[in-house]
Design a protein. Structure first.
Length: 95
């Protein structure tokens, strides 16, 4: 199943929600699953983004739906990139 790198940046509202209710993070991950994707790995990072997520989904359309749904809440902005395993890349390159 395709995997995606999803970078998440919390809005001021999102930061306030996370601070007041840290369990909200796990609830959002469940919401993502209900939309058809699964968070495989998740890290909090320092820098321009707040979270780095590795997400599995059937298609880019599912990731788009996740991004739109989460973004519509006003608490987070996302950037998503489809990833390809290095072994799969090597096959494409004929190696």
């Amino acid at each position: 199943m395709p995997k995606y790198l999803m970078l998440s940046t919390l809005s001021d509202q999102g930061l306030q929600t996370l601070r007041a209710n840290p369990d909200r993070l796990r609830e959002v991950n469940k919401d993502v699953e209900e939309l058809g994707a699964k968070v495989l790995h998740q890290w909090f990072v320092l820098g321009p983004h707040d979270f780095v997520n590795i997400v599995e989904a059937e298609s880019a359309a599912v990731i788009a739906e996740v991004s739109i749904s989460l973004g519509a809440r006003g608490s987070v902005h996302t950037q998503s990139y489809e990833m390809l395993e290095v072994d799969d890349l090597m096959k494409l390159l004929g190696a």
